[in-house]
Design a protein around this ligand. Sequence first.
Ligand code: DX5
Ligand code: ZN
Length: 216
Amino acid sequence: MKHLIAPSLLAADFLHLQKEVEMINQSDADWLHIDVMDGVFVPNISFGFPVLQAVNTVCRKPLDVHLMIAEPQKFVRETADAGAYIMNVHYEACTHLHRTVEAIKEAGMKAAVTLNPHSPISLLEDIVQELDMVLLMSVNPGFGGQAFIEHSVTKTARLKEMILAKGLNTLIEVDGGVNLDTGKRLLDAGANVLVTGNFVFKSPAPLQTIKALKAM
Ligand code: DX5
Ligand code: ZN
C-alpha cells in the first residue's frame, strides 16, 4: 500500500481556515489530521468540536481526529457527529481502553490508539488486534513545530514487527516533527501514515510540499 499523508490543521492559518481546508482538498493529501487539546491531558488548548464541525462542512478528505484530552470516552458521540473518519485516543488517557475502542467502532468510526513517546509498544500486546491504526507520537503531544525524537524510528520498526508477527494489517501513523528526511526514515521502518503540520503549512508552496511527501 502506498503511504498516506495527513497534514495537521494545527499549523494552519486559523484566520483563513476555509482557504486552508480548500488547499488540502486540492492537494495530494489523503487525510486531514485534527488535533484537539484540552489543557489537562496536554499543557495546551487548541480547538474543539464546533471548529471540527465547521471544518467538516468544507473538507472533502477523511478527518483523522487526534484527541489529546482526558477521558476521551466521553466524546465518542461528539467526535462521530462532527464527521470523524478515524478517532485516535491516547493509551495514557484511557482506563478502560478496550471498552472505548469498542464504542468508537460502534459509533461507525475507525479506531486508533496513540502512544506517547515514553510508552512502550508492549502496552499494545493485548489490544492491537482490535485496532485499525496505532498512532506513535514522535514528539511530546501539545505543540506543533517540535524536534523529532529519533527513537521513534526504532519504535516504528518494532511495532511493525509486532503487527506482522500477529498476522495483522493495522496501520502505523507517526506524528510530530515529520519532514522529508524523518518521513523517509519512518516509511523505511514501516510507517503507513505520516502526519505533518509545520512542514506543510509553513512551507512556501504547501501543495508542492504535500506532493513531495506523497512521492517519497
Ligand atoms: C502535536 C500534534 C501534532 C502536531 C504536529 O501535539 O499531535 O499533530 O500538529 O506538528 P508538526 O508536524 O509541526 O510537528
Ligand atoms: Zn496530532
